[in-house]
Design a protein around this ligand. Structure first.
Ligand code: IDP
Ligand code: MG
Length: 148
């Protein structure tokens, strides 16, 4: 079934100049980009995006990492995309690999480009994990008219 999924390039991918190669891999899954933007990751947006992690002991590290502060990046940029295509949610998650880069297949995006540093999983890319998450996350990051 044709689906849409939210993809975020995290600050580690942006600072390592990996966003092009990651977009290339996702496009080669046969998916189309329907929305794209650069957005400042505020603390509020990070908390809303990761509302499912509320109360987790590692959440402060995730927020700091997602804003770039953890890696000394002060502009707080995130590149956000809506990808669309057949089974887009599962396809993108498959290409990403496991959440922990140390456990991801070495040829997956997170396995190849991610790392674990001082208790924080630096895993380059976020992608929606389910249809419900995709709908909620796309609404959080994009206005309807920004998806073409
Ligand atoms: P996902 O990104 O694979 O969907 P989630 O469980 O939704 O994984 O967690 C969101 C993000 O929180 C992960 O991408 C990772 O950066 C971070 N995270 C998740 N679990 C841990 C953990 O046990 N320790 C440190 N960071 C974690
Ligand atoms: Mg998730």
């Amino acid at each position: 079934m044709k689906e849409r999924t939210l993809v975020l390039m995290k600050p580690d991918a942006i600072s390592k100049k990996l966003t092009g190669i990651i977009i290339d891999r996702l496009e080669h899954l046969g998916l189309d980009i329907k929305g794209a933007k650069v957005r400042v990751m505020t603390e509020e947006l990070a908390r809303e995006h990761y509302s499912n992690l509320a109360g987790q002991p590692f959440l402060p590290g995730v927020i700091s990492f997602m804003r770039g502060d953890f890696n000394g990046i002060s502009d707080h940029r995130i590149y956000a995309f809506v990808f669309e295509g057949e089974d887009a949610i599962a396809k993108v998650r498959g290409a990403l690999g496991a959440t922990d880069p140390a456990k991801a297949e070495p040829w997956s995006i997170r396995g190849a480009f991610g790392c674990f540093k001082d208790g924080v999983m630096q895993n380059c890319v976020h992608a929606s994990g389910s249809k419900e998450d995709a709908q909620r996350e796309i609404n959080l990051w994009f206005k309807p008219e920004e998806i073409v």
